[in-house]
Design a protein around this ligand. Structure first.
Ligand code: KG4
Ligand code: ZN
Length: 344
């Protein structure tokens, strides 16, 4: 049987990425050009700078991915890409590159939701089993997503304000740790103890999250210490914030598992790289022996195009198609695939 080859493009935030996937399983190449060093100088992602760097990098990333995979555009069967959500200027670059390739080489286009990509990244580690529960934790997202089947998504919990990664980055900034804050707090917290009292978060919906109150509580504590002339122990504050934030996440995961009894639990997104969250989630999942769980390695957690290729492969096989009139959608909703009447 002829090999089926997917070319995937991701450019929703500050990584310009292209990957080539063969027959849905063999990752032939996975090129990621990170802009993080540039944004670090500004203390966070600057959207206009991100868009410009995507424009500079996209052609190089695509040609490197093809070259490393040892294939040409003639071998490619479909072009898949992140349509949203993300930064509008960043998304535009990837979507335009995908549409150009589709148009010039007459290839079908397959739009993909960024979060579907994060979830499907786990398929590089283990086959997904349904019903599945995914915890997506990144700079832009904090979501609990239930899946009954391939490409069937049901968001059962979300944040009311900041995403968890955003909260890490903001707290790191007020502690003077620099950007990106997540890995810095993760490391520093190991040297401290959670001795500072921070409030427990309350949300009306039992599976929802909220982190802005926690972030404000950290800022207020810093102000109080300063007013009283007391010295701040940064490691203890990092540990206090981290324990409060991650206990909230683990608590919601526990409730969701008890409510939905998934066969498989997966983690996804940049914050899934957090060493303490991995510990807490492992302990939680170990107490459910009937459930499989996957805690993906670092390369699967952060933004890349291999994850878009996996989600794109399933979408392609189900018949999802985009066209040259498609636009990037920064607020794209995660919708389930529904076969059209003609397909049924
Ligand atoms: O998934 P990702 O690469 O990009 C988005 O789609 O947002 O996630 C980036 C986020 C940043 O907020 C970063 O601070 C956070 O992931 N992050 C971490 C860790 N490593 C990255 N947060 C906590 N602990 C970490 N070890
Ligand atoms: Zn992401």
């Amino acid at each position: 049987m002829k090999d089926e080859i997917i070319l995937a493009i991701e450019s929703s935030c500050d990584e310009t990425a292209c990957a080539i996937l063969k027959n849905g399983t063999e990752l032939l190449s996975n090129i990621v050009s990170s802009q993080i060093n540039v944004h670090t100088a500004f203390g966070g992602v600057v959207p206009e700078v991100a868009s410009r760097l995507h424009v500079e990098n996209i052609s190089y990333v695509i040609s490197s991915a093809l070259e490393k995979a040892g294939v040409t555009m003639d071998d490619v069967d479909a072009v898949t890409y992140t349509q949203g959500p993300g930064l509008i200027g960043s998304l535009h670059v990837g979507v335009l590159a995908a549409k150009t390739l589709g148009f010039v080489y007459h290839k079908p286009l397959v739009p993909v939701h960024h979060l579907a990509g994060h979830i499907y990244a786990n398929e590089y580690i283990a086959p997904l089993r349904f019903p599945l529960l995914a915890l997506v934790v990144s700079g832009g997202h904090t979501e609990l997503i239930r899946m009954e089947d391939d490409m069937k998504f049901d968001c059962v919990g979300t944040t009311h304000d900041d995403a968890i990664g955003e909260a890490y980055d903001k707290v790191a900034r007020v502690l003077g740790l620099g950007y990106p804050g997540g890995p810095k707090i993760d490391k520093l917290a190991k040297e401290g103890k959670p001795v500072y009292a921070l409030p427990k978060v309350h949300t009306d919906h039992p599976l929802d999250f909220s982190f802005s109150g926690l972030k404000s509580a950290v800022i207020q504590s810093l102000g109080r210490l300063e007013r009283h002339g007391e010295e701040l122990n940064k490691a203890d504050m990092a540990a206090s914030f981290q324990e409060a934030a991650l206990n909230e996440i683990t608590g919601r995961v526990r409730e969701a598992i008890e409510l939905y009894h998934p066969k498989h639990f997966v983690m996804a997104g940049g914050v899934a790289a957090n060493s303490r969250l991995r510990e807490l989630i492992t302990a939680e999942c170990e107490s459910h022996p009937d459930m499989t769980y996957t805690i993906p390695p670092m390369w699967c957690c952060t933004d890349n195009a291999a994850m878009i290729a996996k989600a794109g492969w399933h979408a392609y096989k189900l018949g999802v198609r985009g066209d040259l009139y498609d636009s990037p959608d920064p607020g794209l909703e995660l919708e389930s695939f529904e076969p059209s009447k003609e397909d049924a």
